[in-house]
Design a protein around this ligand. Structure first.
Ligand SMILES: [Zn+2]
Length: 266
């Protein structure tokens, strides 16, 4: 007798064996050209994340990030919008107690306009802010950053350890997010925190609900957004790098985005 079973395969997100399920097909939401126009979303029941398959190639990433300007529209620059965004980050710094005391060292990864650095300076002007981004697009526009490093995180020329690191709407773009968690953890002081925000999933979506809700999800960016994370994924993966979840809130933007704080072991 043969029974049809779903194959057990390796989850690209949590790197464990799981009965992966295809949520459905998705097409590029960005003009391209990419190495394929046929992508799927995969759900892993073990880490409860949803990821894009195949992952974007290095050439795809070049098309996405080097051949286009990311921050051109006034979404990020109108005065009202700036105030609204800053308000959110100031609240996060305060309510999540992200700065441990005066002269805190802050590292903002994939910084762009460096909102967390700006909110940190507003909250406590004695803090020291370091921003890192592979693009130099915003580097000259961020007075509140003490050191703006243009290049990958591993080329940041300092061994100093930080009290706070942040990745806001960055981790979903990474093909190897776990490697980045490890790299950031190594730059944190014992007890230091990592603040993360990212897209979560369409409002109310559950794994048995299929692909339809994803098609109208404003954060479905194919192939720019590689993984849509869950609390389970962080609970599983962060301890491998000496960190644990101390705050998780997936109610943002009507349940479409999450906010997370990881803390490095003391
Ligand atoms: Zn998984």
């Amino acid at each position: 007798m043969f029974f049809k079973r779903k194959p057990i395969t390796l989850c690209r997100a949590c790197r464990e064996n799981a009965k992966l399920a295809v949520v459905g097909k998705v097409s590029p939401t960005h003009p391209g050209p990419f190495h394929t126009s046929e992508f799927e979303l995969i759900h892993c029941p073990r880490c409860d994340s949803v990821y894009l398959s195949p992952a974007p190639t290095d050439d795809d990433l070049r098309v996405l990030y080097e051949e286009s300007v990311q921050f051109a529209d006034d979404h990020y620059t109108s005065e009202e919008q700036v105030e609204r965004i800053l308000d959110y980050y100031r609240g996060a710094v305060r309510h999540r107690r992200l700065l441990p005391g005066s002269q805190a060292r802050v590292l903002e990864v994939g910084a762009g306009y460096a909102w967390v650095s700006r909110a940190s300076k507003d909250s406590d002007s004695s803090c020291h802010t370091v921003a890192q981004d592979v693009s130099g697009e915003c580097a000259e526009k961020c007075d509140w950053v003490d050191q703006y490093h243009v290049g990958s995180l591993d080329t940041l020329p300092t061994d100093e350890k930080f009290d706070l690191a942040s990745m806001t709407h960055v981790i979903e773009h990474l093909v190897d997010p776990e490697a980045m968690l490890g790299a950031i953890s190594r730059r944190l002081k014992p007890g230091g925190k990592l603040f993360v925000t990212a897209p979560y999933r369409p409002t109310g979506w559950k794994p048995n609900m299929g692909i339809d809700a994803w098609k109208n999800y404003s954060y479905l960016h194919v192939p720019a957004h590689v993984t849509y994370f869950s609390r389970k994924w962080f609970d599983q993966v962060a301890p491998r790098h000496g960190m644990q979840v101390v705050h998780w809130d997936a109610r943002h933007e009507d349940g479409q985005a999450f906010e997370l704080v990881l803390q490095r072991r003391s």
